[in-house]
Write a new protein. Structure first.
Length: 243
């Protein structure tokens, strides 16, 4: 406990799944927390469930102008920022011939463009030291059919763990990436995947990961325990991409 005591943290996509569980754990560990989302229902539910001190912001992760406004809101509330968890993202699976420009742009905007410009917008208020954790995916590494755009967007985000680490380390900002495999979240119901038996069979541990397991990894990267870890990637997938 208290691994994040006194730290000010922003979690994008923090109203459900891994983001919400990370918000819970950050609070347990002593952080001040702000979360974002776009769905009014889940924003309200998260506001009711989490501490009244949590800053809940409606913000479109794929809109560049919204990132600037979000940075202003967080700066006004916290003064400075110690931790950023870039968790907001969308998963859209289509075969190559079914993609159109609008859908392509939507995935890239939410999964890469928005996060990139949020980092830029937050630069004036990042503390020294500070930690940025990027929620990427094993789809950056494996050739899963129908995941061409999703995989590319997450690979682009993963690249930032290395390139921006080199650029921002002199300012005391560490970037690291958490590449998730199959984690039990509401995502699969959104994708219409009711039967996950075939997916589970591809995982050496023969189960889905939990949001809590992912959140614990985020806490580690955000904490001072990871002060010497820069530009790294932690894969959390039950061995799916390695065996």
């Amino acid at each position: 406990m208290n691994r994040l005591k006194g730290k000010r943290a922003l979690i994008t996509g923090g109203t459900t799944g891994i983001g919400l569980e990370t918000a819970r754990l950050f609070l347990e560990e002593g952080a001040r927390v702000a979360i974002t989302g776009t769905n009014p229902a889940t924003l309200d539910a998260a506001r009711r469930e989490l501490s009244a001190d949590v800053l809940v912001v409606s913000s479109d992760a794929g809109n560049v102008a919204a990132q600037k406004e979000l940075a202003k809101t967080v700066g006004a509330a916290f003064g400075a920022l110690d931790v950023l968890f870039l968790n907001a993202g969308i998963v859209e699976m289509r075969p190559l011939e079914k993609w159109d420009e609008a859908a392509f742009d939507r995935s890239l905007n939410v999964n890469f463009k928005g996060p990139y410009f949020l980092i830029q917008s937050l630069l004036p208020i990042f503390a020294n030291p500070a930690s940025i954790v990027l929620m990427t995916s094993i789809n950056s590494h494996i050739g899963m059919p129908n995941s061409s755009v999703y995989g590319a967007s997450k690979a682009a985000l993963l690249s930032l763990a290395r390139t921006l680490s080199g650029e921002l380390i002199s300012r005391g900002i560490r970037l690291n990436a958490l590449s998730g495999g199959p984690i039990a979240t509401p995502l699969y119901s959104k994708l219409g995947m009711a039967d996950l038996g075939g997916l589970v069979e591809q995982i050496p541990l023969k189960r889905l990961g939990t949001a809590r397991e992912a959140a614990e990894a985020v806490v580690f990267f955000a904490s001072d325990e990871a002060a010497f870890i820069v530009g790294s990637e932690l894969v959390i997938d039950g061995g799916m991409s390695n065996l």
